[in-house]
Design a protein around this ligand. Structure first.
Ligand code: 48H
Ligand code: FE2
Length: 261
């Protein structure tokens, strides 16, 4: 068989646009393919939900690839070590309830398993706005990352979703744009994004889970965005809270979808 460049191109174009078209109406839209977003997407896809992840960067993975200060190992506590083992990631004991894992193995495994579970990844796509109807977020406004980075004047497209997961990490971009453009209050003490505090791993890891919840009707926060939204501490390169938060947000969203069915 001789290879035809046009057939190669058509295969990509056809396949991509049928995938995108299918994902214009979702059960769950996850913004940000960091560890918490990828684990949440995997779990919801495993439940049979139609899930897509929108990730600004070329490579999914967020802040997990680089471990701590570019030393590519991460630390997790026991409960999260069990999650990683369940995913087939090799975990090593580091004494007294601490475990390490290779950050590339972790990140690549999360991305791979989320894909295989049926979550669709749209990398190089930035979420620049949200759809709001009657005080509820009902979808996302998306654009190509190069449009954003080049400052091109190109209008976006929209995606409808029954639930949105805010997994953009430190910057909490979904909630920021929601607050900037709409006269609304979040389900926080102040009604706004309370803001991330300095490093305190012990408290931060516990509160990440407690802060994993609905922050505005239709928007559930997970991972670092959960602590930034509700005003808790950062935790450095310990990723247990991110993984447990990803699991938790998937449970909350699944319960909501089931209740609204
Ligand atoms: C599309 C976007 C947009 C947008 C951002 O930062 P992440 O890795 O997120 P988490 O919460 O799963 O993990 C946090 C962890 O990596 C971390 O930073 C920790 C534990 N820090 C502790 C500390 O003390 O510093 O991933 C978020 C992803 C990234 O890949 C972004 O590119 C992406 O979201 N993203 N994608 N549209 N508007 N904003
Ligand atoms: Fe971080």
């Amino acid at each position: 068989m001789s290879l035809d460049e046009i057939q190669i191109s058509r295969a990509i174009v056809d396949r991509y646009f049928s995938k995108l078209s299918d994902c214009l109406d979702l059960d769950v839209a996850v913004v940000g393919a960091g560890p918490s977003g990828m684990l949440a997407a995997m779990r919801l896809a495993e439940k049979g939900r139609k899930v897509a992840l929108f990730e600004r960067k070329l490579a999914p993975g967020g802040g997990m690839w680089g471990g701590g200060m570019m030393f590519n190992e991460i630390v997790v506590q026991e409960a999260a070590a069990e999650i990683l083992k369940g995913l087939g990631v090799r975990v090593r004991e580091a004494g007294e309830g601490y475990f390490t894992a290779d950050s590339v193995e972790c990140t690549a495994t999360l991305a791979s398993l989320a894909c295989r579970a049926g979550a669709r990844f749209f990398n190089l796509v930035s979420v620049e706005d949200v759809l709001v109807r009657e005080n509820r977020v009902t979808g996302l406004v998306i654009n190509w990352t190069p449009v954003e980075t080049q400052g091109l004047h190109v209008d976006p497209l929209s995606v409808r979703a029954r639930c949105v997961i805010e997994a953009t990490g430190h910057p909490t971009e979904v909630l920021k744009v929601l607050l900037r453009k709409n006269d609304v209050r979040l389900l926080t003490e102040t009604g706004g994004i309370v803001g991330e505090r300095s490093m305190w791993a012990d408290i931060a890891e516990t509160t990440t889970l407690a802060n994993t919840r609905e922050a505005f009707p239709g928007v559930f926060v997970t991972g670092m965005a959960a602590n930034a939204t509700f005003g808790s501490f950062r935790m450095g390169p310990i990723f247990g809270g991110m993984l447990l938060s990803g699991e938790r947000v998937a449970e909350l969203v699944e319960a909501r979808l089931a209740a609204e069915a």
